[in-house]
Design a protein. Structure first.
Length: 277
């Protein structure tokens, strides 16, 4: 079981300290959430209830600029977006940001992407909400070509450009692995078709088992079940017994936040590392 650390539930003042300590302790990865902008009027929460899970004045950052900064202060730990709304950008922009992180980190980038749930954010960015899934899938394909082919020409539903060259290529051959977030059937099918992995949020072992079973079925249907694939799930405080239950559910990575208050994060990570790592 790989253990990642969730920076999204941490006061940004502690990001660097936690990143450096997580790297020292042997945690596998750091994950930073991402949005382009929060409109004042929000709706459409992906969680139970009527209200979105974050207020509009929540601090947000340029994900790959921030992760590149953390890359310069760490040595081994991988750095992932949890998740980057690629469909809100042109894939040339997203591919360049991820390529730069992978170069600066020595091949430690993990590219978590999602279609997004916030319709008003799409509207502000001038992107049609109803077609965001198709736009995301096309953008993923473009990114992979930019990371691997010498010359790229593309004529698709959403993006159209003449032959270009995109250098230098990322040190990760073929580009960093793409982990697709989301728990709807559409998101699971997308992960099965085009992902190198899937990212879930806050699922119990039982919930994870059900989602992984559905995902495995979609991968068989897509003919992609013979390629490497990782299942990642967010969790809070976990024990060794929890790890066994998640492993039995088919989970490969837990992204943890074992603290209740940000000032407690370092001590909480040390206790978890002593028990599990």
């Amino acid at each position: 079981m790989k253990l990642g650390v969730a920076l999204g539930v941490l006061n940004p003042a502690f990001h660097l300290e936690v990143a450096v300590e997580a790297d020292r302790l042997g945690f596998e990865s750091l994950w930073l959430p991402e949005h382009l902008v929060f409109p004042v009027a929000m709706s459409g929460s992906p969680l139970a209830g009527d209200h979105p899970p974050v207020p509009p004045d929540t601090p947000v950052f340029d994900c790959f600029a921030y992760l590149s900064f953390l890359a310069a202060r760490t040595e081994q730990i991988k750095l992932g977006s949890h998740v980057y709304l690629l469909g809100l950008r042109h894939p040339l922009v997203g591919a360049r940001a991820v390529q730069t992180l992978d170069l600066l980190s020595g091949g430690r980038a993990l590219f978590g992407v999602g279609a997004g749930w916030l319709e008003s954010e799409c509207r502000v960015a001038g992107v049609e909400f109803s077609s965001r899934g198709r736009r995301l899938e096309e953008a993923i394909g473009v990114c992979r070509r930019l990371w691997s082919e010498r010359e790229i020409e593309h004529h698709g539903e959403f993006f159209d450009f003449e032959p270009v060259m995109f250098e230098p290529k990322p040190p990760t051959v073929g580009g960093p692995p793409v982990h697709v977030g989301g728990q709807s059937n559409a998101a699971l099918r997308r992960a099965a078709r085009v992902g190198d992995g899937w990212i879930g949020v806050g699922n119990t072992p039982a919930q994870s088992a059900e989602l992984v079973e559905r995902l495995d079925g979609y991968r068989r249907d897509a003919g992609s079940d013979d390629r490497p694939f990782e299942n990642s799930v967010g969790a809070g405080v976990v024990s060794r017994d929890d790890l066994r239950r998640y492993e039995d559910a088919g989970v490969d990575r837990l992204v943890v936040a074992p603290w209740s208050r940000s000032p407690e994060a370092i001590d909480s990570l040390r206790r978890l590392a002593e028990e599990l790592l």
